[in-house]
Structure formats: structure tokens, C-alpha cells
Design a protein around this ligand. Structure first.
Ligand SMILES: *Cc1c(COP(=O)(O)O)cnc(C)c1O
Length: 240
């Protein structure tokens, strides 16, 4: 971050590791409530706008999965971290001219929402001789102007993505409109879970639901989230 002193980064790092314990206990409590094994819920730390030093502190504390929204910001951080054991998740809106960079630097892409992007990611991954885990982003609330396929468009996109050899289609992702109260929060997550069940076929690798953020991870876990994407609860508020 511009203008941040090493002192303030150090402070931010120790706060983030303290918050990590809190977030982990929220996940464990939600799993206990839902009768689920906490090992089946991956915590992805969403580090957009946050300095590499703070991410490094969480990695030192044992966190493996990190999410980023912006390709340029992410590639700079990934390069400066030099931590080969980490798993990087791309969770931002994908532009077609960034597919090659995304395929090169990330292990997972949560935000595939059109066939053109899927084909470009596939071609880029194939050229690099690697495969990419991908999720299809669904606009479950059918909010106008929001990324993600609509439920009725999902089966066709699943078919197209599943046929691409360098992509492994792992499941679905959503970012519902913020609402308060667990019952209301659970509704779109339940919808995503049912959608996944409706498009799966025997023997496929579609066993992932990326849903739940700082404000609603309990509701998402109750509905079967396998990946929660948490920014604010780990890093504090973002300053743009
Ligand atoms: C920023 C972001 C998050 C994290 O949100 P918080 O509310 O800060 O936890 C999760 N998912 C996506 C796609 C994001 O862009």
C-alpha cells in the first residue's frame, strides 16, 4: 500500500493473525452447528488492497489458500511473496485479455461466467501445460448488471466448460446481495446448493460450493459451503 510504513504493516500483520484465530473459531462453530467436519471448509483469505507482508504473516501462521480480485495487484504480490506452497484463487471479474495471466498465476478461478472466458483460460492453461480448477459464478439473485450466469443458462455453460481439457470444473460460486439475518442469508446459498445438485453427473469433480464472506459465512456453511472467501474479518476494512 502506498505510504504504509513497515511499522504499520507489522501491526497489521499481527492483527491479521489474531483475527485468523477468530475466523477459524467461527468456521468451527458453524460446522459444529451443521454437523460438518471443519476440514471440509476451506478458508480463503481475500487480500485485495492489502500488502504482501500481511498475506505473508497469514501464510506463516499456516494459511494456504489466498484469493485476489485484480490480476496486476495479484501477480505483483505473488512474485514478491516467493511462497511456493500457497494456493491462489482468482475471485475477480475476468477480462478476456487477462486470461493468460490468470491461467499462469492462479490455481483456481471462481468467476467463470461465459464460454468465451472458459475457452481462453483453457487455451492459456494448455499452452502452459497445466490444468486449472474452475467454478462457474451464478447470479442467484438475478440482480441486474451483476456478474454470473442466470440459473437457466447454467446447464449449457456447464456442458461447455466440462468439455475443455485443461479446465477441471469443480463447482459453483456466488456472491448474493447482502441481507441480514441467517434465514435470509441462507436462501441464495441453498439455491446454489440445489443448482449444483441439478447439474452434477455421476463421477464428475463438481464437489465445491464457493460461498460465504465475512458477514455470512455461518449461513453459507449451514448450506454446504466448501470454500468461504473472507477479507474484512481477517484484514479489517479496505481502503481504496
Ligand atoms: C472482496 C471479496 C470477498 C471478501 O469479502 P469480505 O466481505 O471482505 O469478507 C469475497 N469474495 C469476493 C468475490 C470478493 O470480491
Amino acid at each position: 500500500m502506498p505510504g504504509e510504513s513497515p511499522m504499520s504493516q507489522q501491526r497489521e500483520s499481527s492483527t491479521a493473525t489474531e483475527r485468523l484465530a477468530t475466523v477459524r473459531s467461527r468456521i468451527e462453530a458453524a460446522c459444529r452447528q451443521a454437523g460438518r467436519n471443519p476440514d471440509d471448509v476451506k478458508l480463503i483469505a481475500v487480500g485485495k488492497t492489502k500488502p504482501a507482508a500481511v498475506i505473508a504473516a497469514l501464510a506463516d501462521a499456516g494459511l494456504v489458500d489466498f484469493g485476489e480480485n485484480y490480476v496486476q495487484e495479484a501477480t505483483e504480490k505473488i512474485a514478491s511473496l516467493d511462497a511456493p506452497g500457497l494456493t491462489w484463487h482468482f475471485i475477480g471479474h475476468i477480462q478476456s485479455n487477462k486470461c493468460a495471466d490468470v491461467a499462469k498465476h492462479f490455481d483456481w478461478v471462481h468467476t467463470v461466467d461465459r464460454a468465451k472466458i472458459a475457452r481462453r483460460l483453457d487455451a492459456a492453461a494448455a499452452r502452459l501445460g497445466r490444468s486449472l480448477n474452475v467454478l462457474i459464478q451464478v447470479n442467484v439473485d438475478e440482480e441486474a448488471g451483476k456478474s454470473g450466469v442466470l440459473a437457466h443458462e447454467l446447464p449449457d455453460l456447464v456442458e461447455e466448460v466440462a468439455a475443455l481439457p485443461a479446465l477441471v470444473l469443480r463447482g459453483l460460486m456466488t456472491i448474493p446481495a447482502p441481507v441480514s439475518g441467517q434465514d435470509a442469508q441462507r436462501r441464495p446459498f441453498a439455491q446454489l446448493r440445489r443448482l449444483l445438485e441439478s447439474v452434477r453427473s455421476p463421477g464428475d469433480a463438481m464437489d465445491c460450493l464457493s460461498m460465504g464472506m465475512s458477514a455470512d459465512l455461518e449461513a453459507a456453511i449451514a448450506e454446504g459451503a466448501t470454500h468461504v472467501r473472507v477479507g474484512t474479518a481477517l484484514f479489517g476494512p479496505r481502503q481504496y
